[in-house]
Design a protein around this ligand. Structure first.
Ligand code: SF4
Length: 440
């Protein structure tokens, strides 16, 4: 049997798509090259969201070539889509497959690449717009939580972001298929489905008839086959009062929202082409907090955008300090070719970006510690994973409001949702005690 490897960089959506490719290859008679054995085919599914991601993508290509000297090398993903010429400089790649031809990758491998010819650098970009590429759900390491891609692409064109160039326009998985996929995951034993997408808040707008994320959530809310639905990330202007109300009233939509802020300064938000203000973000966070006081509210901060003065950065810090934010993902600005921001003046010097990132991450750690501390004495619903924590052999799980929880208990509650009281915080975990009743 011919063997393959698949290396994936970047987001959960990319991981879902690699899983789709691997499954199709397996169905076509390929096996995964195990334990370092050499492969006949290497697929590298790249990312280009930052300069570092592009560099790591090139490294992954070179690593695959070095460790599999006789393999055909296929490169796909966002970096392949946006920078095929850079990839062509690496001798020995057999095919560069554009983002929108990813769904045909196995067909291309079968029909268009001759495995009996010696390695040649046949590079061909296939950059075209196409429909929604379905991808099977991937799991989180244990088979309790699955990530399901229901949306792809983005129409927003924020001035710093390469994603719309790499993934094209927003498109959605049809509602019936999405519901079916969620039911199938529930029947396969998963307890939680994380709805994933590049711009999840645009879900359904492109469908005929059009729909919305809130309507979709109301359809899946309370489905008997799945206990928990979590949203991966949603833009502040798309986290509608209806969605917050649905989550507040629902036993199945998790008390967890990840809403990218990027900057707390209106001038910078405007230059970023983010369609909201600092005040609006505050309103959304306060609305969540009033409706669901124990909700986890995470956000992304982009540090060092061109023109970010000390006072603009202070505006971001003060907004985060003021709001009940639970954790931060902090990224330094990375100029991406083709994006307007790559040629914006007033670049922030690298050492200042580094200092600001360090300060913002420290603030993020503090917010996280406060959120965890606030949870002590509360009772939360914990989905227990099917693997124990390596360090102390305790059961571990995740609460609806995104606490990582350690529990003492028997194996029989693995992959179940239990009620637990949070007793104390130990490092990055909330340590709890299971209450008498097992929830599901
Ligand atoms: S919303 Fe903005 S930041 Fe997010 S993927 Fe779209 S363009 Fe990029």
């Amino acid at each position: 049997m011919p063997k393959f490897t698949a290396a994936t960089l970047g987001c959960k959506v990319n991981q879902c798509e690699s899983e789709s490719i691997a499954q199709s290859l397996t169905l076509s008679g390929w096996t995964y090259a195990q334990n370092g054995s050499c492969a006949d085919l290497c697929i590298i599914n790249t990312c280009t969201v930052t300069h570092k991601a592009s560099m790591q993508s090139r490294q992954a290509v070179r690593h695959a070539m070095r460790t599999n000297p006789d393999a055909k090398i296929i490169v796909t993903g966002c970096y392949a889509e946006t920078e095929p010429d850079e990839l062509k400089k690496i001798k020995g790649i057999h095919r560069i497959i554009g983002q929108n031809e990813k769904h045909r990758i196995v067909e291309i491998i079968k029909k268009e690449i001759n495995y009996n010819t010696p390695c040649s650098s046949v590079c061909e970009e296939s950059i075209s717009e196409n429909g929604f590429m379905p991808a099977p759900a991937i799991h989180s390491g244990s088979r309790t939580r699955a990530f399901l891609k229901i949306q792809d692409g983005c129409d927003a064109f924020c001035s710093y972001c390469i994603v719309p160039y790499a993934r094209g326009r927003s498109r959605s998985m049809p509602v019936e298929r999405a519901i079916e996929s969620i039911k199938n995951l529930g029947e396969a034993g998963y307890r939680e489905v994380v709805l994933s997408g590049i711009h999840l808040g645009r879900y359904g707008i492109d469908l005929t008839p059009g729909t919305s994320l809130s309507l979709f959530l109301s359809l899946i809310n309370g489905l008997k086959t799945i206990e928990r639905i979590r949203l991966s990330s949603i833009e502040p202007n798309e986290l509608s009062p209806e969605i917050i109300k649905l989550a507040a009233d629902s036993g199945s939509i998790c008390n967890h929202f990840h809403i990218p802020l990027q900057s707390g300064d209106d001038g910078i938000l405007n230059k970023m082409r983010r369609p909201y203000t600092r005040e609006f973000f505050k309103t959304v966070v306060k609305r969540i907090n009033e409706s669901i006081p124990d909700a986890s509210i995470g956000t992304d901060i982009l540090v060092g955008f061109p023109g970010e003065t000390d006072s603009a950065f202070e505006n971001t810090c003060s907004l985060i300090e003021e709001l009940p934010v639970s954790y931060l993902h902090v990224f330094p600005f990375s100029p991406r070719n083709k994006t307007p921001a790559s040629s914006f003046p007033n670049r922030v010097p690298a050492e200042i970006v580094k200092e600001r990132c360090a300060r913002m991450r420290k603030l993020g750690n503090l917010k996280k510690a406060l959120f965890y501390q606030k949870a002590v004495g509360t009772i939360v619903n914990v989905l227990v994973e099917d693997k124990r924590d390596d360090a102390n052999d305790l059961l571990k799980g995740t609460s609806s409001n995104y606490l990582s929880v350690l529990l003492c208990g028997e194996d029989e509650i693995k992959n179940k949702i239990v009620k637990a009281g949070i007793d104390r915080i130990d490092g990055r975990f909330a340590v709890g005690t299971i209450c008498s009743d097992i929830y599901t």
